[in-house]
Design a protein around this ligand. Sequence first.
Ligand code: F6R
Length: 366
Amino acid sequence: EKGGYEHFMLKEIFEQPNSIADCMRGRLKANEGKLVLGGIHEYANALTNAQRIVIVACGTSWHAGLVAEYIIEDFCRIPVEVEYASEFRYRNPIINEGDIVIAISQSGETADTLAALELAKSKGAIILGVVNAVGSSISRITHEGAYLHAGPEIGVASTKAFTAQLTVLIMMALRIAHRKGTITESKYHELLVELESIPAKIKKALDVNDQIKEISARFKDARNFIYLGRGYNFPVALEGALKLKEISYIHAEGYPAAEMKHGPIALIDEEMPVVFIATRDSSYEKVVSNIQEVKARKGKVIAIVTEGEETINQIADFVIEVPHTSEALMPLVSVIPLQLLSYHIAVMRGCNVDQPRNLAKSVTVE
Ligand code: F6R
C-alpha cells in the first residue's frame, strides 16, 4: 500500500502531481475559461460581497491559510484574518452576523478548529470548510465547503494535503475575484492556465530528490535550522521549518526574511544552515540581499531558486532549482524541496518518519 515507497510520507510527496490534478478535476478547464467549485455555490454571493473573511486552522493548515490571506487580499481585495483556531476560540473574537469564517483542515476532526467554527456559527457567521476527509465532523457542521479530493493522507506530517489546500483556496480566490471584477480578464486566464500546469511543474520539482539527499547527508547532524522567505514564500518558510521539526526533531524556525535583522540574525554562525526560498518574484532582489547578510556572517545557505538562476549560485552554498510559475502559485512548487529535505534528514537520523514521537494524525483533543 506504500506503492513501492519506503514510507507513506515519501509516497504522498511523490503523489502530489496526481493529487493536485484530482483536486482540480471537473473544476478547472483553463482553455474554456471554466472554474467551478461545487461546494461553494449557495454562498458564492456572500463570499463575493464579504466585508471580511476569517480563516481558522492549526499547524500546516494554518500555513495554507496564510498563503490564502495574501491571495485573497491581492486578488479579491477582501480583508482576511488568519487565526490559530486555539486562540480564536478563547479570546472573545469579534464575529458579526454574515461574516465569513473558513476552516482549513485535512482531517476535519481537529478539536480546536471544530470549536472555533461552532463559536463562529453561534454568532451568526457563515462557516465554510476546506477539508480533505469526506464526512468528517467539520464537513458536517459547515454551511458549505470544498473538499480537497487529495485522497487519504497517512503520514503524520502533512504534505499532499497542504498543496491541495492551496489549490482549493486559489481556485476559490480566483472565482471570487472574477465575480467581483477585481482581477483583469487576462490575468484571470493567465492564472487558470498556470494553475493547470502546476502538476507538471511539481513533477519537475520532484526531480531534485537525489540532489536533496546529498544535501541532507551534509546537514543531518545540524542542531538548528532557519528558514527564510518573503511574500508568498514566507508561509512556505514556516511550513519548511515545521516539517523539519516534526519528523527529524531538529529545532527549526521560519521567519519572513526581513525580520531576521530584528533578532534571529544573532543566531547565525558557521554552523547554522539557513534555507532561503529565493524564487524569481517581486521580492527577489531583497531576498538576495538577505542571503548576502547571512553569508557575511558565515551561515551555510541552501537556496531554493527558479530554474536558470545565475546570481544566487555565486553566493549560496547549495542551490536547488524549481520551475518558474506565477508568484501567487509559487508555494505549490517551492514547498516540494522542503518536504523532501525534511524527509531525507529524518530518515538519515533514523527517525520514524510516518509516526513521529508525540504526534497524532488528527488532534481530537484540545
Ligand atoms: C503538520 C501537521 C499538523 C496538522 C494540524 C492540523 O504536518 O500534520 O500541524 O496540520 O494538526 O490538522 P488538520 O489539518 O487535520 O486540521
